[in-house]
Design a protein around this ligand. Structure first.
Ligand code: PBG
Length: 330
């Protein structure tokens, strides 16, 4: 290896064309998945206070957002419903209603755009339960694993029947990926993908999301008996290994930026498509920093998204997806 001054690492940095020429990581709109919040009604847009710049949209608005995503080069939208309060129950039955908000939104997008865009649906009961947990609870408030898994299978089939392309279980029950995969095969949904929230941590970064789906005020206790301890890496690798063995097509790490070490470890160990979720609290942090003049918003958005790609992500779920795509498209 040559040494300074024969070697000057600044040489290739000295012009824009040269920096582009040696760039190792690329970020494009096609790497982004745009999470969208669905609400009831027609022609409704409800801004979410804790997520400045993000709104819930009624189904017609969701279709418009999906068309916008397609036009920007974003390949997938992810849907989350804000279920009306009166439909939230102990057991979250509304999740199984073929005509629920989620299914109506999926159908409307598929009717309008077909395979021009992918639709990812979240499997978990928190937008449907009166207690805000992702599953069924026993008398002591403990989230039951196997009983929940049975309901999640039915929820996944309900979403697949509506036309979902990617089923994304975000609940962290043991064994649910295998159960969902078996049911999809039996139901003839052989090409429906599963993107498993494999390493999902019990994080303080989910607050604004819970406002967005209306589960925040309802949640009793925390989710530490099913979501992972932020201290653990080996356990994340075990979760990923199991979900892949059970039939996941891709895996997700969540939250995003504070967990890029996990992304990298998963990518190196398993060599499968890895995604990360830049979650609501991360979005809010960037917006707050920009609003406080602590950084340039556009630069913060693009730099953080690029960091996911550098760490090994195939793609990123981000509330900044449309804005970032617009920036990239010039
Ligand atoms: C729940 C779910 C959560 C998110 C996605 N699915 C919140 C939670 O686990 O309480 C968080 C996403 C975000 O914060 O942006 N199944």
């Amino acid at each position: 290896m040559s040494m300074y001054p024969a070697l000057r690492l600044r040489r290739t940095r000295s012009t824009a064309w040269s920096r582009t020429l040696v760039r190792e990581t690329h970020l494009a709109p096609a790497h982004l998945i745009w999470p969208l919040f669905v609400t009831s009604g027609q022609g409704v847009e409800e801004p979410i206070a804790s997520l400045p710049g993000v709104s819930r949209w009624s189904v017609d608005g969701i279709v418009a957002r999906a068309k916008e995503a397609k036009a920007l080069g974003i390949g997938v939208v992810a849907l989350f419903p804000n279920t009306p309060r009166e439909l939230r129950t102990e057991r979250g039955e509304e999740a199984l209603n073929p005509d629920n908000l989620m299914c109506r939104a999926v159908k409307a997008i598929k009717d309008a755009l077909g395979d021009d865009i992918g639709v990812l649906t979240d499997v978990a009961l928190d937008p449907y339960t009166a207690h805000g947990h992702d599953g069924l609870v026993d008398g002591g408030g403990y989230v039951l694993n196997d009983a929940t898994s049975e309901v999640l299978v039915a929820q996944a089939l309900n979403q697949a029947a509506a036309g979902a392309d990617i089923i994304a279980p975000s609940d962290m029950m043991d064994g649910r990926v295998g159960a969902i995969r078996d049911a999809l095969e039996e139901g003839g949904h052989v090409n429906v993908q599963i993107m498993a929230y494999a390493a999902k941590y019990a994080s303080a970064f989910y607050g604004p999301f819970r406002d967005a789906v209306g589960s925040g005020g309802l949640l009793k206790g925390d989710k530490k008996t099913y979501q992972m301890d932020p201290a653990n890496t080996e356990e994340a690798l075990r979760e990923v290994e199991l979900d892949l063995a059970e039939g996941a097509d891709s895996v997700m790490v969540k939250p995003g930026l504070p967990y890029l070490d996990i992304v990298r470890a998963v990518k190196e160990r398993f060599e499968v498509p890895v995604f990360a979720y830049q979650v609501s609290g991360e979005y809010a942090m960037i917006e707050a920093a920009a609003a406080a003049g602590a950084g340039d918003r556009d630069a913060l958005v693009l730099e953080t998204l690029l960091a996911f790609r550098r760490a090994g992500c195939s793609g990123v779920l981000s509330y900044h997806a449309a804005h970032a795509a617009r920036l990239m498209n010039g």
